[in-house]
Design a protein around this ligand. Sequence first.
Ligand SMILES: C[S@@+](CC[C@H](N)C(=O)[O-])C[C@H]1O[C@@H](n2cnc3c(N)ncnc32)[C@H](O)[C@@H]1O
Length: 499
Amino acid sequence: MKKADRVSQSRKPGPEPLGDILNRCGISLDRGQIRQLWAYHQLLRKYNEELNLTRIHNFENMVEKLYADSILPGQLISLPSPLLDLGTGPGMPGIPLKIAFPRLQVILAEARSKRVDFLQTVLDELKLEGIRTEGGLITASFNEPVKGVITRAVETIGETLTRIEGCLCRDGLAIFMKGPHCDDEVADAARRFTGHFELKEDLAYTIPGTQHKRRLVVFRRVSQRPAQIRKVFDAAGRRKVVSSTANAHFKRLKKILTAKGVRKEGAALVCGEKVVRDVIRRHAERVRAWVSWPGGPPPPEGLSDAALWIELEKILFRQLDVFGTEAPLLEISVPALEPWDPGSGLPAPVTLLVPFQDPENVGAVLRSAAAFGVDAVVILEEGASPFHPKALRASAGAALDLRLFRGPGIKDLPADLPLIPLSQGGRPLDRAVFPETFAFLPGVEGPGLPAAWRKSALSIPMTDRVESLNAATAVAVALYEWARRGRSREKDHARPEKT
Ligand SMILES: C[S@@+](CC[C@H](N)C(=O)[O-])C[C@H]1O[C@@H](n2cnc3c(N)ncnc32)[C@H](O)[C@@H]1O
């Protein structure tokens, strides 16, 4: 046993040993503060049996694992104020922090009413000012602005970050007092809350004079509180609350669920959390409206000043959320497809012609076209709209990145175009020769290619266990082969010639 341990264990609990143990933990409080902490300790002991406030009973352990542990974050970082101690239980870390840093404004949030009564007793008896209790469960609808949130032994980081959405100000800090093994939790939260929170600090430390390992994990909020965002949109008349199917905004949004509506309105609906995020990041200027429901997530930053926030009654929102994502949707402006005249040759050296009628196939093939570096895509007359919600979602937003054209029907393609048709029964793909300028031409789902194009088609070798590949998958394989050849040609060019 260390000498210091022997000293403290041999002494009866009291204000003086309390100060000594804290000193050993690297914390120095004045006499008034020690007196306050001692008074708190006594109340904790007095009510513990009745209220089950803590399972730590040994005096030295209480000082080290509760009081010193609570105070140390204030020595490691500069604590923001007002500070919400979320799930404070018997007052940890909020009360020791308030005693050690009297200028801090503290809100002790606690769900259980008996514990709230205990906390109020402590505040009254210790005559602490600039600290109050907040009874009940803190949820995302708690919207009193605070600059910081601190929490110890309550729930996962992700759960808390969701819960404090309504109250933590932009640039405010969410401070997590954790044990040493929280790598996965930290990484998960950093990934899930991208655009809302940034990991600011991750400090591993040991409570001085002890073996107790701790982590202080701090996330900084980079987004605004919903109430603040609502204020900005309301002031500019940009938030529209819609509860009727007769509303013009709802009618327009409903219309753009169909290809015809997309063409008429020059607008499309983006569904799916990830695609929505990507479209905002890469095409913010296209966003016309953020579409959510009352109490749903507010628009993120980065939208243009003209973008609306349309809040639809949940029942109306569900009519638009065709994939059941339960996440906000985007209304975006989309360009009219440039007409392509086959008489003038291909629109780009490497072009993809798309006759697919299923919007999901169109979307999937656009995604592959973007992935493998195709220069232009022509949607043939029978092809589905690339901006149909299903196509946009399947394309993961690629429909907005590609040069898109509208072409004639597959039967009307001139015979002298340099096309590479894709069809079962053609020459194997691995023997293909790709010219500098050409267009891939897959067939329509079901009927396939017109007979005239089948003769010169390439096919993807496969077993006879299935009848055919999915149309978009077949194109992806062909594009991969073309891109692979291109890469090996580039490598050959880059290789120094042998002398
Ligand atoms: C395990 S105790 C931890 C208490 C204290 N932070 C500590 O370190 O000793 C968790 C406390 O958080 C409270 N709590 C949990 N979720 C809460 C929420 N969303 N809002 C308010 N209190 C909450 C519970 O009632 C409980 O008293």
